[in-house]
Design a protein around this ligand. Structure first.
Ligand code: TXA
Ligand code: MG
Length: 322
């Protein structure tokens, strides 16, 4: 059985470039989570990505760029968009903008929509790769559709097994949680997915940030689907520990700690940044320890806590073991 090849350093970068130019796919590191990359212009690569992820074709992909000038070639970058990029790029912010007629992004990567999602990842190795390619790559999170995103090359190997031939190893992901996705089509900033760039961060650039209400249709197709489900059951709260249950703690540990099989603390100092960067990593670790369920201590629903709770609530809602 063919094993996944882990690519490293300059030779790894060169190999990843060759794979992409040959219209094949390779997992790449970013500051948020690992992505499954293919040339944005290649129908063939995009088909492979949807197939290996088992991703519904209605769920569009994010294109990744080395700089703002490259983004301008493919989407109508509004003044507001440029302002946001100048403040947050490279970094974990994705903009949904009108796709240009002449765009290099294949329409199948955009699920037939008139818009495209673009971002500049803050990861040296991947920025070098994008510069060397001179064209954008699409990269959805490198996990089978619906499961937990990978935050290390090892996680990617675990998630795809021998189905994926190559991973470019760029170390653990610093942010550890997917990018914030905002739509700019109405001329204002509307959050489609909470992420590492918080509402308060955005408010340093704009006066208003719209958040989809509970009854409003979320325009980011991916957010309608079952998401972030590890193999074990996740529950919010930590009363009555179950047998073979792991605890995902936050801040000071509770008295009931001895009743849990394993305890991982997202942040002893109750730092939301630290908790975000540990979230997927620790769920992967608890899953590998073989717990049946994971109990989660409350995390303040403010600032980065909104993105953390969004992922946890979705994981909890995805229900039974799968
Ligand atoms: O941090 C990230 O964004 C990671 C890294 C690898 O860059 N990528 C990532 O991709 O999370 P993915 O495919 O797992 O999530 C992309 C999200 C989905 O919710 C998708 O529906 C949304 O972006 N999206 C993509 N294009 C869109 C569009 N044109 N309109 C609205 N939402 C869009
Ligand atoms: Mg994803």
């Amino acid at each position: 059985m063919q094993k996944t090849n882990i690519l490293t350093g300059t030779s790894g970068l060169q190999k990843a470039k060759e794979i992409l130019l040959a219209e094949s796919i390779v997992a790449i590191p970013t500051e948020t989570v690992y992505g499954l990359a293919g040339l944005a212009s290649s129908e063939r690569a995009i088909k492979k990505i949807y197939k290996i992820k088992n991703r519904p074709s209605i769920n569009p992909l994010i294109s990744h760029y080395a700089d703002i000038q490259e983004i301008k070639k493919d989407v109508e970058l509004t003044e507001l968009g440029e302002k946001l990029l100048k403040k947050f790029a490279p970094g974990p912010l994705t903009l949904v903008l009108k796709r240009k007629e002449s765009s290099r992004i294949s329409s199948s990567a955009c699920a037939g929509l008139e818009t495209a999602a673009v971002r500049i990842p803050k990861h040296d190795l991947t920025l070098k790769l994008l510069k060397a390619l001179g064209e954008p790559v699409v990269a959805p999170s490198a996990n089978p559709s619906g499961s937990l995103s990978p935050v290390s090359a090892k996680n990617v190997v675990k998630l795809f097994g021998d189905k994926l031939d190559y991973v470019l190893d760029g170390g653990p992901c610093e942010v550890g949680l997917e990018s914030t996705v905002v739509e700019l089509m109405s001329g204002s900033v509307k959050i489609l997915r909470f992420g590492a760039v918080t509402i308060d961060d955005l408010l340093t650039v704009v006066h208003e940030v719209k958040i989809p209400g509970k009854d409003e249709a979320i325009k980011s197709p991916g957010m309608l689907l079952k998401h972030y489900a590890p193999k074990c059951f996740i529950r919010m709260g930590f009363d009555k520990p179950g047998s073979n249950e792991g605890l995902l703690a936050f801040g000071s540990l509770p008295n009931s700690i001895d009743k849990f099989s394993y305890v991982k603390n997202l942040s002893e100092e109750a730092s939301l940044e630290e908790a975000a960067s540990n979230l997927f990593k620790m769920i992967h670790e608890l899953e590998e320890l073989g717990v049946d369920s994971i109990a989660v201590m409350p995390i303040p629903d403010e600032s980065l806590g909104k993105a953390i709770n969004d992922r946890l609530n979705r994981a909890a809602a995805s229900g039974e073991k799968s």
